[in-house]
Write a protein that binds this ligand. Sequence first.
Ligand code: HEM
Length: 522
Amino acid sequence: MSWSIQDTFGSLARYLQNGGVFSSLFLYVIIAAFIGFLSTSVSPHGPEEGFVYDIGGFSIFNAWKFFTKRYDFVQAGFRKSGGRTFQFKVLQHRIIAMAGEASRKAFFNEPGLSFSEGYKILLGGAPQSKDIVRTGEEIPSDVEEAEFVKQVSSLVRRDRLEPAIPLLLEDLHTRLTNDWGHKCRIEPFKYVREAIFQMTVRLSSCQELAEDRKSIDDLMASYSALERSATPVSQLLPWFPGPAKKSREKATTKLFTILHKFVMLRRHASSTTTDAIDVLIGKGHGDQSIIGTIMKTLFAGVSTTSAIASWTLLRLASNQRWKHKSIEEYKALVERHSTTPARSGLQKRLSDVPLTAWEEELPSTDLVIRETIRLTSAGSIIRRNMQNDITVDGAIVRRGNFVTYQVADAHLNPEIYPDPLRFDPERFVHGREEDQREAFGFVGWGAGRHPCVGMRAAKLEIKLLLGLILLGYEYELVDESGNHPKELPVPDKNDNHQAGCIYLSALPLGGPYFLKLTRVVD
Ligand code: HEM
């Protein structure tokens, strides 16, 4: 893939015009282009020891591509460099893209490569402490991240998830009955996301909020507005007083106000519960810290989990064999564990299934979810070297440099996964274990120093939703005119920042695609 200055100016102008903000941002374009000119990456030089190929070009244009078409940009960089590393600049920041097993190992294991500093500057969507805590000193990002991970871990422990299962199923049942209905055609990425949002709110806040539909809808609207405010312009120049910054501030304030109301409610309640807010109050956390944890949990969990849940439904709808296997597995699960009569409702029968059975007795569904993640998760994850210079696969990464690793290098690598674009959940079964061919061959749940702490909750949410759909509905994949689509959906690999999370591409290319559902069991 190649691009020119004219292309980039053209798309920049079109983007600004589409947003109706051309005149107010014109000045910004001039300033940014000037900064870009000043910080132009010069032509490649070297080779010397530790040499990293510089793709050259204006840093502002590289930055623009990095934020708008990240997948294509990184792929093009590797093609141009002809090697396993290349570097470029985003404004004043130097970023080294790396590929291959040795880089992957260093990326996930090297202690100096900071997760939180990596995302602080190059991820616009998620709220940071300074957005939430308005007074006091700024907390170092590593400390904040470690504290957040500790809090999330305590919220998704087995003893908290187990009693939540009937409540989550009841929430889903109500939503499916009222919003989806008995015969419907739904846009999965919207409807599944709303269902996942409600479950994540239930797990990370309190019952009063989880059962207050108006507040959930308001929270969801503000959450989505905050995600949308992560435009390329706001990510590149977060200080620029444009519409994205205003919208970000408005959405953060609204989220804060809604959550504050429920934290106050729980703080002044006469008795305590095992709900997340009470757990955090019990550990002595202040209101702002609790609100920060809930907001960040939503950001870590909602887009990721709903993207995978939606894609799992699409994959099953396109693969009758695996759909059938999963349905049979769910039927056996209910038969084994439920003593509730069928007339009481599917959600009540599923509520009898203990957490261990959800985790251990759905092996085909686990394979489907893992393969769905492999095929969906192809974007770039980021770190920043906060310690001494290091050498990775022969390339020097200086203190302060960012490094980026494109997950497609593992997940879509034909050396690891033959015929990598084919949906084949059996790749992971004993005897084949394709993901073991290289170190960190599968990184869909993170790896090394930063594995996903929400994995258990995410898998549970996906499986509960699948249970109600696979056993409760007949469903198929259709296009806009109600026919089976000619092309099966594939993820848009450049659609990562729009999903509010940088390592998952969410929406399908082309489309739109719909699920046509008919309720068969209540
Ligand atoms: C299907 C859903 C999910 C997927 C595929 C997923 C994937 C990942 C991946 C790949 C990472 C590592 C990123 C990196 O190395 O740069 C990660 C980290 C993380 N995830 Fe998830 N995640 C999901 C759901 C969740 C949920 C529901 C939560 C919270 C309840 C969560 C909380 C976190 C946190 C806090 C981290 C950072 C861990 C650390 O800093 O050490 N995730 N996740």
